[in-house]
Design a protein around this ligand. Structure first.
Ligand SMILES: Cc1cc2nc3c(=O)[nH]c(=O)nc-3n(C[C@H](O)[C@H](O)[C@H](O)COP(=O)(O)OP(=O)(O)OC[C@H]3O[C@@H](n4cnc5c(N)ncnc54)[C@H](O)[C@@H]3O)c2cc1C
Length: 425
């Protein structure tokens, strides 16, 4: 078994990073080469600005290269809950941002000729318990009525045609949701940003910043640069150099296992619908097929703030058990990959983007950012170019999490609470 991300392992590394030390003067410096930072840098460079992109590790190292590969339409919260909190107009704007982000990804892939197997496969949100059916049906009706008439309810029998599993009692189908190879997309975005003129440094974490007359000096272990504006696109991987943001976000680990490629017969018996799937538990699982027909199965598994080899291994064992509970036919199928990554969670699970603490920022996607991070990258580029009206998160207050100093010590308690709720019928 490999303890690396399948997306990392099966994509060609970025080969246009600058080899020398960090130096120079730029109009904008972007920190973090995930989807947020990559699209911000791409768009700014395309608009003719002098842009630097600084990445601590390698392009796509963070959540963008480690996720479940779901580009799901709609929001994690019900439309009614968003409306109750933000009012009708803002709720529609927020909801629409997630749909627009998938359209934007599709358009960029087309424009930049990125070969990443983008496909509108649709997503099923599966009822894990009979008691969840009513709530999901009501949610489906509300979405159809208010924001997306393409969404439909599938009965238990319909779901059985989609999945070789008796574990589910119905599902909400969102046909606009899509999937792609996340590694190929990340590298393609970096190549596009480079082509448009962005200067990209890998293995150069920003370890200090200081105000200078013409902007900010950002220092890395190899050197420093000066930029008039800084975009912070570091999500769950934000370090103490940007402590203002760490205190507003909790980094929670999420884990994934990937099986060996299934035979066509095994695919037909397991996931013939070939869509994105999530279940309705509080500690939810998500799964799909990879382009080479492996089962990718993920979840929070253990509530932890770390992802490293030992947490990944024990979480992988838990995930395997959860996968076999859903698909008993996979009990003897080898697991080829197991890895973890960090999810940047805000207290209310809504992301944030704007300007604060001297930088332009976009983060806190709370595990639902593989799609909207590309759109927020574009929003951050707009802000750097003086345009603020494209930000669907504009004006959302963002307070520090009480008693949170940057390391979420309270996660095991939260995990125990949700596990208990999931054990109830
Ligand atoms: C296991 C897992 C599964 C997920 N599954 C899904 C899914 O199926 N669907 C979905 O919608 N979302 C999913 N997500 C969430 C989604 O992947 C993220 O919301 C999204 O990729 C965030 O992108 P980003 O560019 O903002 O951040 P990231 O991709 O995390 O990039 C941040 C980058 O900043 C760099 N960095 C940090 N500090 C510094 C510094 N000081 N200097 C320089 N560089 C720095 C990091 O190295 C990193 O590469 C998942 C996340 C995880 C971890």
């Amino acid at each position: 078994m490999k303890f690396v991300s399948y997306w990392h392992d099966t994509s060609v590394p970025f080969d246009n990073a600058v080899a020398g030390p960090v130096s120079g003067e730029f109009e904008v410096a972007v920190i973090g080469a995930g989807f947020t930072g990559l699209n911000a840098a791409r768009q700014l460079a395309k608009s003719g600005l002098k842009v630097a992109l600084l990445e601590a590790e390698h392009v796509g190292y963070g959540a963008s290269g480690r996720n479940g590969g779901h580009l799901n339409s709609g929001h994690f919260a019900s439309f009614g809950a968003i409306k109750a909190r933000f009012g009708d107009a803002q709720a529609r704007r927020l909801w629409q941002a997630y749909d627009d982000s998938i359209d934007m990804i599709e358009a960029i892939i087309d424009e930049e000729k990125i070969d990443c197997g983008f496909r509108r496969g649709g997503k099923l949100k599966l009822a894990s318990k009979p008691s969840h059916v009513k709530k999901l049906q009501a949610m489906c009706d509300e979405i159809r009525r208010e924001v997306d008439p393409t969404v439909e309810w599938l009965s238990r029998e319909d779901v059985r045609k989609e999945l070789g599993s008796d574990a589910f009692h119905g599902a909400v189908l969102s046909p606009k949701s899509a999937m792609m190879h996340m590694g190929h997309y990340a590298i393609g975005m970096a190549q596009a940003a480079h082509r448009h003129g962005a200067t990209i440094w890998e293995h150069n974490p920003v370890i200090a910043r200081e105000r200078v007359p013409n902007g900010w000096r950002l220092t890395t272990p190899t050197g420093s640069l000066v930029a008039r504006q800084v975009i912070l696109a570091t999500d769950a991987y934000t370090t103490e150099t940007f402590g203002y943001f760490r205190r507003r976000m909790m980094s929670v680990a999420s884990f994934i296992i990937v099986t060996r490629p299934l035979t066509p017969e095994e695919v037909a018996a397991t996931m013939p619908g070939n869509r994105n799937y999530t279940n309705s538990l509080n500690i939810a699982n998500y799964f799909r097929l990879t382009p080479d027909n492996r089962v990718l199965f993920g979840g929070r598994a253990r509530f932890s703030s770390a992802s490293n080899q030992s947490t990944d291994v024990s979480s992988g064992q838990l995930l395997r058990k959860q996968m076999v509970d859903v698909f008993p036919q996979l009990a003897d199928v080898e697991i080829d990959y197991c890895w973890g990554g960090l999810v940047g969670c805000t207290q209310d699970r809504y992301p944030r983007a704007g300007t604060a603490d001297g930088v332009i920022y976009g983060m806190g996607y709370s595990g639902h950012g593989a799609q909207v991070s590309t759109l927020i990258g574009s929003v951050l580029a707009d802000i750097a170019m003086g345009r603020k009206d494209t930000n669907p998160l504009d004006g959302m207050a963002w307070r520090a999490v009480p008693m949170h100093t940057g390391k979420p010590w309270f996660l095991p308690i939260v995990g125990a609470y949700y596990r208990m709720k999931d054990m109830l019928p």
